[in-house]
Design a protein around this ligand. Structure first.
Ligand code: CA
Length: 710
């Protein structure tokens, strides 16, 4: 929230340099564009087009539809009166069965999108014909470092190139015409468990990119790379490093005062990873970046329970030229619940109490909806948009949450709302300037927290510092999701569409008085933006988590969405995620238009017969197996070994799998499928315990007792 005083002069100096550079340079971005345009064979995207993306609604030029990330389209040929005639125009199968999170980019008749394992597709926007496919060959062992599935949220396009990040931490510039790699840079230290799932953004000729990994133990940062060359322009670390070494930039000195050095936070990394949200205000010349949770989760473990731990769970306003901090606002000081602020940041101009305000809107995991003055970083309002219990309210003099200290989880198990899946996760929200409403994929969930008294840092492994074995108490059952239409000025709910489960898709809103959203239970729907009336809905084959986009070609408006069930919730929530009722996991890009007649291909899902296997174990053996399983396998295979529908259900494996567990778990036999090897941490005796647990769980399932994790 504090504006850095020293910064103003630095900024002025940089501005002067930039202006001078512009005047002297004989080779401005415009000329390079012209060359690339000719080479690419498609009309290219330059800074002016990116700045004016909203006035070019026939395209979808950036991740959030514009630098303001409103995900609002001025297209209105499909509207509330005719959306009932919407039908499938064509579909494109990605040949994957895991989460699809990408927002497609549409420019000049071509769709650029991504699938699992960071594969990039260029597809004819009229027909669905594949133009090219780029597979960056992500090592499959990287899956073991990815908290939240082997997903990717899409690309950026600029000057004839397509920019995409890879799960294993590379940033690549591809020739938009062919998909060939123009340049590729490694953006992370490969010895640390960094991953990248976010869509890069292009701001002033640079590629803005962060990374993830805070569940495993990394130090967060956001970088800017020269879009032409891939050269690093600047890097802003979101948390301080080893204090015995010089700080990379002065803001870290300020940040370090909010950490307890006796915890040696820099060994694990501290977190604060900027893994998703970026917005840009060209007029204020401010770049907004959301940062993630502290690492490990436990504040006690991370910082002896003291200090705000800047800049975790914060919004950072950076100077896009220098990468220096202009202001910050921390949504969850001293985070201990995985309350990332990496949820999308939406810029809008609102009239509040008779005054026009330039705001940013943000609905992070912690459950507060923030309306913040985006020039100063001072909140204007902040109210819970779902039931929460970690905070009792907001102190409006300091804009700090009033944390409920009685819910300390150092020594006892406490129930916290929202869960680490968040009141809202990465699934993008949208803002419609005509209705004045924000459409949030909201969710209600609880989680049991307790610090792990035996926690020790295990490099490259899950390092959150909570006791995962307590998650067997009972499956999280207070989980639901809804499409929330939120009035940001009144800070109250306008309407909602209730769903059975959470983890529904991102939203798109249009000038046709519509909101589009895919659901976890495998449908794609259109609602009237003013009141939430369901106007159209069709089965989508599989659960949708991504956000739709819309575009115009030959006078026809299309709506496109990636359909592919996955991400952290289906991996880790077992029975609760399975309730989404997803059967066919075929990943696809679905594209709709009025009168579309295409049929969604149906893939038969046949349940294999599950043979009974010997499972004569003592309760103690099962308990030991449960503890080992939940410590090491839960995050991807679900509590109670119940699959949430993405990875194979380990209770239902072919009999020979249980005899091959050592080769799989320790030897990496299935590494090519994304099953990491655990021989760094586990012994054959541990694998035997896991085997015991899986067989016991199988027996219980066959006995008709599927849900209790024990
Ligand atoms: Ca996290």
């Amino acid at each position: 929230m504090q504006r850095s005083r020293a910064h103003a002069s630095i900024r002025f100096a940089l501005l002067a340099t930039a202006v001078a550079g512009l005047a002297c340079s004989g080779h401005g971005p415009g000329e390079q564009d012209a060359e690339a345009r000719a080479a690419a064979g498609i009309e290219t995207v330059d800074d002016a087009r990116l700045r004016n993306a909203t006035s070019e609604p026939e395209s979808w030029l950036t991740y959030g539809g514009s630098y303001a990330e409103q995900r609002y389209s001025r297209l209105d040929r499909i509207d509330a009166t005719n959306v009932g005639e919407l039908g499938l125009a064509w579909s494109f199968e990605t040949n994957t069965k895991r989460g699809l999170e990408a927002t497609p980019i549409v420019v000049d008749g071509v769709i650029y999108t991504t699938g699992t394992w960071s594969v990039v597709f260029a597809i004819d926007a009229r027909t669905g014909k594949l133009l090219w496919r780029h597979d960056p060959a992500v090592p499959r062992a990287t899956a073991g470092l990815a908290c939240c599935d082997v997903v990717n949220r899409g690309v950026a396009v600029y000057a004839g190139r397509v920019y995409a990040a890879t799960l294993d931490g590379r940033l690549q510039a591809l020739d938009a015409r062919t998909g060939e790699v123009v340049w590729s840079v490694r953006t992370v230290d490969p010895s640390r468990p960094y991953t990248i799932t976010m869509a890069p953004r292009i701001v002033k000729g640079r590629v803005i990119l962060g990374n993830g990994g805070a569940e495993y133990g990394v130090r967060g940062y956001v970088s800017a790379y020269d879009a032409q060359t891939g050269e690093l322009a600047w890097r802003f670390y979101t948390v301080p490093g080893d204090p015995s070494k010089p700080y990379e930039h002065p803001e870290l000195e300020q940040a370090a005062r909010t950490w307890d050095p006796s915890s040696e936070y820099w060994v694990v990394g501290g977190g604060g990873t900027a893994w998703n949200s970026v917005a840009f205000d060209p007029d204020l010349d401010l770049l907004y970046v959301g940062t993630g949770n502290g690492s490990p989760w436990s504040h006690e473990v991370r910082s002896e329970g003291g200090g705000d731990n800047l800049f975790v769970c914060s919004i950072l306003a950076l100077d896009p030229d220098s990468g220096r901090l202009v202001w910050h606002y921390q949504t969850t000081p001293g985070d201990q619940w995985d309350y990332t602020s990496t949820q999308d940041i939406v810029l809008a101009d609102l009239e509040i109490e008779g005054r026009p305000r330039k705001v940013l809107m943000h609905a992070p995991k912690n459950g507060f909806f923030y309306v913040i003055d985006r020039e100063t970083g001072v909140p204007i309002s902040a109210e819970p948009f779902v039931p929460i219990n970690w905070a009792k309210g907001m102190d409006r003099s300091t804009w700090r949450p009033i944390v409920d200290e009685s819910l300390d989880y150092e020594n006892e198990i406490v129930t916290i709302m929202p869960s680490p899946h968040g009141a809202h996760n990465w699934h993008p929200m949208s803002f419609n300037p005509e209705t004045g409403l924000v459409y949030v994929p909201a969710q209600e969930s609880v989680f049991f927290f307790k610090e792990d008294p035996d926690w020790e840092y295990e490099p490259g492994s899950w390092n959150v510092g909570y006791d995962k074995t307590i998650l067997t108490i009972s499956p999280p059952d207070v989980v639901s999701g809804h499409l929330l239409a939120w009035d940001p000025i009144a800070q109250k709910e306008a309407w909602r569409v209730q769903y059975a489960g959470p983890w529904n898709g991102g939203t798109l809103t249009t000038a046709g008085n519509l909101v589009f959203q895919g659901t976890a239970h495998g449908t794609f729907a259109a609602y009237r933006a003013t009141d939430g009336a369901v106007l159209w809905e069709q089965p989508s084959g599989t659960g949708i988590i991504a956000a739709p986009v819309t575009y115009l070609l030959d006078g026809e408006q299309y709506v496109a969405v990636m359909a592919g069930w996955g991400g952290s919730f289906p991996l880790s929530a077992g029975e609760a995620a399975k309730a989404a009722g997803v059967h066919d996991l075929t990943g696809r890009l679905l594209v709709y238009k009025l009168g579309g007649q295409a049929k969604l291909p149906v893939h038969e899902v046949r349940e294999r017969e599950i043979a009974a296997l010997p499972a004569d174990f003592t309760p103690e053996e099962v308990q030991a197996g449960s503890d080992t399983y939940h410590r090491w396998c839960l995050v991807c295979h679900g509590p109670g070994a119940i699959s949430g529908g993405v990875l194979p259900d380990l209770r239902k494996a072919a009999p020979e799998i249980y005899d091959s567990l050592e080769a799989i778990v320790l030897g990496g036999a299935f590494e090519g499928n994304g099953m990491p090897r655990f021989d760094r941490w586990l012994e054959p005796t541990d694998v035997a315990k896991i085997r015991t647990y899986l067989l016991a769980r199988r027996a219980r399932m066959l006995a008709g007792d599927p849900s209790s994790p024990r």
